[in-house]
Every structure is written in structure tokens, then in C-alpha cells.
Design a protein around this ligand. Sequence first.
Ligand SMILES: [Zn+2]
Length: 493
Amino acid sequence: MKTRIVAAVFAAYCLGGIALGQSLELSKLVRQYIRVDAHKVVLAHVRVIDGTGAPALEDQNVTIESGKISAIEKGVDIAAGTGATMLDLRGYSVMPGIVGMHNHLFYIATPNLKTDWNFESPLLVPQMTFSAPRLYLAGGVTTMRTTGSVETYADLNLKSDIDAGKLPGPHLDVTGPYLEGATSYFMQMPHLKNAEDARQTVNYWADRGVTSFKAYMNITRDELKSAIEEAHKRGLKVTGHLCSVTYQEAAELGIDDLEHGFFVNTQLDPDKKLDTCSESAGTYTLEHMTPGSAEAKNLIDLLIKHHVAVTSTLPVFEGGAASFGNGGHVEIRQKALDAMSPQARQDALINQLRFGSFPKPKVDEALLFRNGAALEKEFAEAGGLLIAGPDPTGAGDVVPGFGDQREIELLVGAGFSPAQAIKIATLNGAIYLGRDKQIGSIAVGKNADLVIMKGDPSKNISDVENVEIVFKDGVGYDSMKLLESVRGRYGQY
Ligand SMILES: [Zn+2]
């Protein structure tokens, strides 16, 4: 049962009902999803998990004015006539808006997927410009990197429409088209011909407003090198889901971030040849680079020395670990199933059945998952910048927004405290983006990007799922209404 937040409106809409926290006029469409919109809002008697990793502060009043956090003080009742909208948040917690660092605006479709798990080529990634931004915002994501685009113009136009208040959604760091090498099974990605092609591609998209790049599995060292050089000339960062280039090689070439934790590092794969993806795509290395080993330590030291961040994407691996040959599966939350189109739901459930009946693989997927999670912890403890995102692709069981919450839960499963896990998903992403002066934690003067949820995720991390209101720039969006608006759509558009 959902407990309603009691809103005591003493003097709401003091600017005539249309002016907003950030003095940006929001469209009629966006306004349907707003629950709290006033010049001054007080979140009263709320538990504050500030995103810095500090312990939760009980019973605080957080004041939002003109889209910014203007005060954080001991909880008190606000007297009538103060010109503020007060939300009585006893029993609720507030944390910073999630800064999602591996969040896509597309879905992976496997045409004509059958119960034997066969599907017909080509694998396609339909654009989710309608449903994904709403799901992210509903789940508490207020800033996100698109981490590889397929319809780059759509993502760029979406970003400007969101920023102009025409459409609901998080702030976007739009990543250019995947920088993929000549051999790829993704036909929607550019397949670079050489280093010059990489250089031109980066500049073309940087000219059109893209703010980051992502290298993909079959890129060569030469192509990656020139992409990094061009992006850095323009102050833009490059991340990579790599295979043909090892983590060591990429760090030495100056890459800024590596996707998928330590799950796709190929440096120990026995069949690894220069500039070519190995057969296991990193599984062998993950199995053999045990946490605490000399190889792991050397790699982590190298990454930290070169200031390379690592993005944890545990949800996309969780399904395989639970099920491949182990007979189990990951339970997809009912609300996430409700968001899916009938086809997406059917395909996700078929994949789960298949996983459960799959013959036991040579390598225990559960062991791989434990190694990967432990290496991420080791990296963070050694001083590396660990950031986070769900990667809503894979077998269709990771859904935007829900997956971001799940990532925080899985970081706790990896041994981080709830406060640390929340920091990884919020402030660390802001630090990576160079936006930590404005977003990523709850502090006076920062943008009011805040997630309000029932319960206490500092004690019970699954309470991060109980999101009710998401503030972006001081405007409070109604999570349930956003979810309702995309019911049955995810996977379709
Ligand atoms: Zn991805």
C-alpha cells in the first residue's frame, strides 16, 4: 500500500501557478507529471542521505528555493504564512538524484525470439525516446550519460527538448555513435575504417553537440588513440566497452573510463591477439584475475595512475550469474514488467526460461560475478573512481530506472555500505562529469536534484525502490504518474 506524502500548501504557486523553481516554463505535457512545484519547498522531518558516503542524518528540514538547495537544518514544523510549500516527510528519506553513467536510450530486440532462444538476425536496437527518459526520471535518475547512441540526432534533440522544458526526462550527457571497429554484429553502429575515420567521426559529432564518446569491442588501438586525441582536444571524455584493446592498453592510450567493471578485460585471455577481440571476450581474464592477486593489483594501480574511472554495471550480469546452469533467475519487478510492451515482456521471460535450462557452462557464472564485484570494490578501496549504471540491454531483464536502483542494491551486495553505494551512483558520477559543484550530493547551493522515497535505504537498501517524488532543478515529479504514462510501452518506442 502506498502512503501518501502529506503536502501542506501554505502559499503555493506564488508566481501565478506557471512559474517554476528554476524559472523555466514547462510545457503542458511536462506539467501533467509534476507533483510539487513552488518557488520555495521545505522537505520537513526527512532523513538525509547526502551522497557523500556520510551516515544518514535523521529528522532534517531541507529547503529548496528557485531550484537550489538553500538550507539543511534540524527538523522543525513550519508555521503557516511563511510562503513555503511544506512536505511532511516523517518516515521518508531523501538522497541525491542518481547520476546514471551507463544508461541507454534504446532497447535490444531479438527478432522472432523462440523458446529455444534462437532469433533471426539482425539484432536490433530500437530507439526508446519516449519511454526511457520517463522511466529513468521515475526511478530517480536526474542526470545520465547515454553511453553510446544509435539515433544520435534523436538523442541530441531529446536533450534540447528536455532542457527547454518541452519533454520530461533527466539531464543528458549525449554520447556519440559507438566507435566500433570494422567487424561488428551491430549493424546500427558505425564501423570505423581506420584512425582517420575515427578522427573525423569524433569531430563530426562533437560539432553537432555530442558531449562524450564510447569505444566498442572491435576498435583498434590506432582508432582508439585518434578518437581519444580528438575528443580530448575538445574537452570531451571517452569511455569504452572494450575487447580488442585491453584495459592496460586503453589506460596507456589515455581513455577516461572503462565500462562493465572488470567483466570485459581481455588482458589474460590466452587467444588474445593485438587489435582483435578474444573468443571469451574477457571471461577467461575475469576467472583468472582473482581479487587480491598481483595481476589485479597491478591493473588497479595502473588505472588509478592514469586517472581511469571504472563503470560498474552489475544488473546486466546478474541474470547470467543467477541462472546460467544454476537453474535460478532474477525476479523482474512487477512494476518493470508493467512498463514493458507485451513483446518485450514475453522475450524477457523466454530468456529467463532458457537461462534456467541451459547446460552448466565450463566457468561458473556466479563465480565470475563474485570476482567482478570484488574487483570493483578493490578498485574503489584503492582510490579509483567507481561510477555506476544499469546497462539496460542484455536479456531484457534490466529496465531503465529500475535497473539504476538495482545497481545500488548490487553494490551493497558487493560489500559497499548503503551510503557508499549511493555515493557511487550519485556524487561519483557527478565528479566524473565535472559537475560535482552543481549536482551529485545534498548540500546548500547545489541544484535541487533529489529523490524522495519511503523508508530508510541507509539501513535497508531495497528501500531505494520506494521512490515517490523526484526533484529535478527544484521541480518535483510524480514517479507513479511517469510510470503510468509508459505502461506497456518500453520495448516498443
Ligand atoms: Zn551498454
